[in-house]
Design a protein around this ligand. Structure first.
Ligand code: ADP
Ligand code: MG
Length: 451
């Protein structure tokens, strides 16, 4: 397999002091050396320090926390015989399952027990799984908090709490669940680690102040920095049908192995997937609207390459690692600009090359303006011959002397300059997530049946 970053110095896993059983699996996977984030995070986490770590998408963050967590379980005495030792939280069920698969892989030749606790699965089955006293739990926060309330799990003996995609959990309104989990495991010996590609928000700092003590911060690259392995392009579109035409063109012309297409709403995923099926593509819609069994089936089918196209919402923007995803298409831009970084990061993983295309219609303009501010880059517009758009952006509301963006020079590769040097630090708009696909948001759940 390709190495996640050509810039990483060669640090072999063998020199990190990891248990031989973990090294055996690493060898089996063919990983020759650690990625930058692994080189930096693993020793600090193994030392027992609290940690806030960020690095780009696809750079190997999962093993950066799974390896020290499992090493601890394999080499150190447990604080409690009954309670779980490690709890890993993820914002979506799909991501939790993926992380759980890694944990399973690395514990298969050990006596460590693990389980995955996510919303949508049968609660009583989970109670039984928890009664078997797993050492490691991978979970979504809402459902785990339900189990705490139900007293089917206790966290007094928890040694390590890991929050993957911590910022997204806050976006989705899991703050109360996280706090509850923290309070149930609030003792001096607990270690806490936060991971994401985007951890710059004030809300994350507030949470970190509460949950972590004297954390070490690791930041490899800036979140807004251009991902070198992902070629990114932007196309103006006048309306929905125009986007459909662009999509038809790109699906036909690009060397697509698999593609994830992101839409703004759950309903649009179905509509668009249906349309693509009619055009002869093997396309699946994935959104938080579906039953858990269906979601699981769809992810399974897509990751086994039975389907070429996945039409989805931000429920799939984070963490998913499918190597054959060669392209990401933002049919609509995400309203929350940081999700753009995560969406495009579904391709270009582990050193592979990928491409991301985004369609910018009038409804996407505000999001595009925020995205430019976040990325602090001039985003070049591309054009498909014969599919040129009339739309070329709205003029800035506060009109000073500055030129209107793009103006009459609309077509070929007009560079759209960055509108602001400042990153937008405004508080997140929770209402948006209620109206859109709230992923695992607790507001959507029925008591005891989901996250
Ligand atoms: P991130 O969480 O940073 O987005 P992941 O942990 O999902 O990234 O890892 C991305 C991909 O890189 C996965 O397929 C993983 O198996 C692979 N990977 C992780 N560590 C290494 C390594 N040291 N060498 C090669 N590939 C790796
Ligand atoms: Mg990840």
């Amino acid at each position: 397999m390709n190495h996640p970053s050509a810039h990483d110095q060669t640090v072999h896993f063998q020199s990190m002091g990891l248990d031989y059983r973990l090294l055996k699996t690493i060898n089996h996977l063919g990983f020759t050396h650690a990625t930058s984030i692994q080189q930096q995070a693993v020793p600090i986490a193994m030392h027992g320090k609290d940690l806030i770590a960020s690095s780009k998408t696809g750079s190997g963050k999962t093993l950066a926390y799974v390896l020290p967590a499992l090493n601890r379980c394999l080499t150190q005495k447990a604080l409690s015989r009954r309670d779980p030792r490690v709890l890993i939280l993820a914002p979506t069920r799909e991501l939790a399952r993926q992380v759980y698969a890694q944990v399973r892989l690395f514990t298969s030749n050990t006596a460590l027990k693990s389980t995955c606790i996510v919303g949508g699965d049968n609660f009583n089955d989970q109670v039984k799984a928890l009664q078997r006293q797993p050492h490691i739990i991978v979970a979504t926060a809402g459902r785990l908090a339900d189990h705490l309330e139900h007293r089917s799990v206790f966290l007094n003996g928890l040694e390590l709490l890991i929050l993957d995609e911590a910022d997204r959990m806050l976006d989705l309104g899991f703050e109360a669940a996280l706090r509850r989990i923290h309070n149930c495991a609030d003792h001096k010996k607990r270690q806490t680690c936060l991971f994401s590609a985007t951890l710059d928000h004030a809300s994350v700092n507030l949470l970190a102040n509460e949950l972590l003590s004297d954390p070490v911060r690791i930041k490899i690259g800036e979140a807004a920095e251009k991902h070198q392995d992902i070629e990114q392009s932007f196309f103006f579109a006048d309306h929905y049908d125009h986007k459909i035409d662009l999509l038809a063109h790109h699906l036909k012309e690009l060397p697509i192995k698999q593609v994830m297409i992101f839409t703004a709403t759950r309903d649009h995923t179905e509509q668009l997937a249906q349309h693509l099926e009619q055009q002869g593509y093997r396309a699946l819609p994935l959104s938080g609207k579906l039953s858990q069994a269906k979601r699981h089936q769809i992810m399974d089918d897509f990751s086994r390459n039975k389907y070429q196209v996945l039409v989805t919402t931000d429920v799939a923007s984070r963490g998913l690692d499918i190597h054959t995803v060669s392209h990401v298409i933002n049919f609509d831009l995400p309203k929350h600009e940081e999700e753009y970084i995560h969406r495009v990061g579904r391709t270009g993983r582990a050193g592979q090359k990928g491409a991301a295309l985004s369609y910018i219609g009038p409804k996407d303009w505000d999001a595009f303006t925020r995205l430019k501010a976040l990325l602090e880059q001039a985003l070049e517009m591309s054009v498909v011959a014969g599919l040129e758009a009339q739309f070329s952006g709205f003029k800035p509301r506060k009109q000073k002397k500055a030129k209107a963006v793009s103006g009459s020079d609309k077509k070929t590769k007009a560079a759209i300059g960055q509108s602001s040097k400042k990153k937008s630090k405004k508080p997140r708009n929770k209402d948006f997530y209620l109206a859109q696909d709230a992923g695992e948001a607790p507001v959507k759940r029925k008591p005891k049946t989901s996250d």
